[in-house]
Design a protein around this ligand. Structure first.
Ligand code: NAD
Ligand code: UD1
Length: 338
């Protein structure tokens, strides 16, 4: 029996593969390499000393999904595959609705046909309505402000409805807060295409000299120092959350939405200063205007994850900054440096 990991060559997928292989699971990855490289999978195998099966293909292809599920006796699916750039989703909404919705529908149909009953889905904290206060609890009102967010919202609904229709299904919707950092080995990490949108990769690229300076998007938010507050989570803690969710899905039926965050919010300036302290590097920054759509603060109530999954984030902001930088300096051009 094996676990199908769609989008397994990506940032969060590759870190989760390490934990799955370390646990002795058999894994088959389906990835189009649309936003990743097979090199990530080679490094996962190097890191763990274990083999995995890798198939290049599209998670929207139901026939392919069925073939893979059948051939590898798939018992559970972890579905990471999807597009994730918020700004691009505003420019090209159909690209996002097509890929992110069609992949989930194809997957659920293939699972039904092949009798696969367990699914772990990558959702996001972005599904919480912007008027709902932090810390976010899973029962708060949902609502989104961009097409990317709506794809997560709609995928959650599709999966919930499938669980309603089939009492044998077991699905966990993991709402990630802000994954950052990298595996401590520096072998795998985040490898954004072009100019990064997110804070930590931008800081790392500034530190390595790829960018001249960081622009802090606004210092007039209602936070302790005026800069935006987020719930940064080490990607290895996040990976562990998937292993815990898989254990939960194996023991329970139904559908649960669960936050994965630390529960602690840090501001942009907190992160800049923690990065400087952890790595002994000065980060050039300027204060710029607010980024449209940004909130003052966004952090999780992670108590449901602890209660249901027995999961709690272990790593500190310092760990996130040190490991993120270790990856960046060893791989200044990401996997493309190979
Ligand atoms: P990523 O882009 O690094 O990984 C996604 C992977 O899916 C890539 O390897 C890409 O090539 C692949 N892919 C995309 N469409 C595909 C398709 N149709 N068929 C096969 N493969 C396909 O992104 P990530 O940061 O690892 O995110 C993983 C998941 O978690 C995504 O669904 C993302 O929306 C979600 N998520 C990410 C964050 C974050 O901050 N990184 C936060 C919340 C949720
Ligand atoms: C962004 C997405 C969100 C997604 C999340 C995780 C937007 C509007 N939101 O949110 O939908 O779920 O990533 O992938 O894109 N910052 C700077 N300078 C930078 C980059 C970021 O000051 O160059 C600030 C931001 O204003 C924010 C904080 O750093 O206050 C974190 O930004 P980011 O990493 O993009 O994450 P989110 O804003 O949480």
């Amino acid at each position: 029996m094996s676990i199908l990991v769609t989008g397994g060559a990506g940032y969060i997928g590759s870190h989760t593969l390490v934990r799955l292989l370390e646990q002795g699971e058999s894994v088959v990855v389906l990835d189009s390499y649309d936003n990743s490289s097979p090199e990530a999978l080679r490094r996962v195998m190097q890191l763990t000393g274990r083999q995995l099966e890798a198939i290049e293909g599209d998670a929207c292809d139901e026939a392919l999904l069925r073939r893979v599920m059948h051939e590898y006796a798939v018992e559970s699916v972890i579905h990471f595959a999807g597009h994730k750039a918020v700004g691009e989703s505003v420019q090209k909404p159909l690209k996002y609705y097509k890929n992110n919705l069609e992949s989930t529908i194809s997957l659920m149909r293939a699972m039904r046909e092949e009798g696969v009953k367990r699914l772990i889905f990558s959702s996001s904290a972005t599904v919480y309505h912007c008027e709902e206060p932090s810390p976010h609890t899973e029962d708060q009102r949902l609502g989104c402000i961009n097409p990317y967010g709506w794809t997560k919202f709609m995928n959650e609904q599709i999966i919930r409805d499938c669980c309603q229709a089939d009492g044998e299904l077991s699905c966990v919707l993991l709402r990630y807060f802000n994954p950052v950092g990298a595996h401590p080995s520096g072998l795998i990490g985040e490898d954004p295409n072009g100019i990064p949108n997110n804070l930590m990769p931008y800081i790392c690229q500034t530190a390595v000299g790829l960018r001249d300076h960081l622009t802090i998007f606004g210092d007039d938010y209602k936070t302790h120092d005026g800069t935006g507050v987020r719930d940064y989570l080490h990607v290895c803690d996040l990976a562990e959350g998937h292993v815990c969710a898989l254990g939960y899905a194996r023991a329970h039926k139904g559908c649960e939405a669960i936050n994965l965050g630390t529960g602690t919010g840090y501001s942009v300036l907190d992160v800049v200063h923690a990065f400087e302290k952890a790595n002994g590097i000065k980060i050039n920054y300027v204060i710029g205007p607010r980024r449209p759509g940004d909130l003052d603060e966004n952090y999780a109530d992670p108590s449901k994850a602890e209660r249901l999954l027995g999961w709690k984030a272990q790593k500190t902001l310092e760990d996130m900054c040190r490991d993120g930088w270790n990856w960046q300096k060893k791989n200044p051009k990401g996997y493309r440096g190979e």
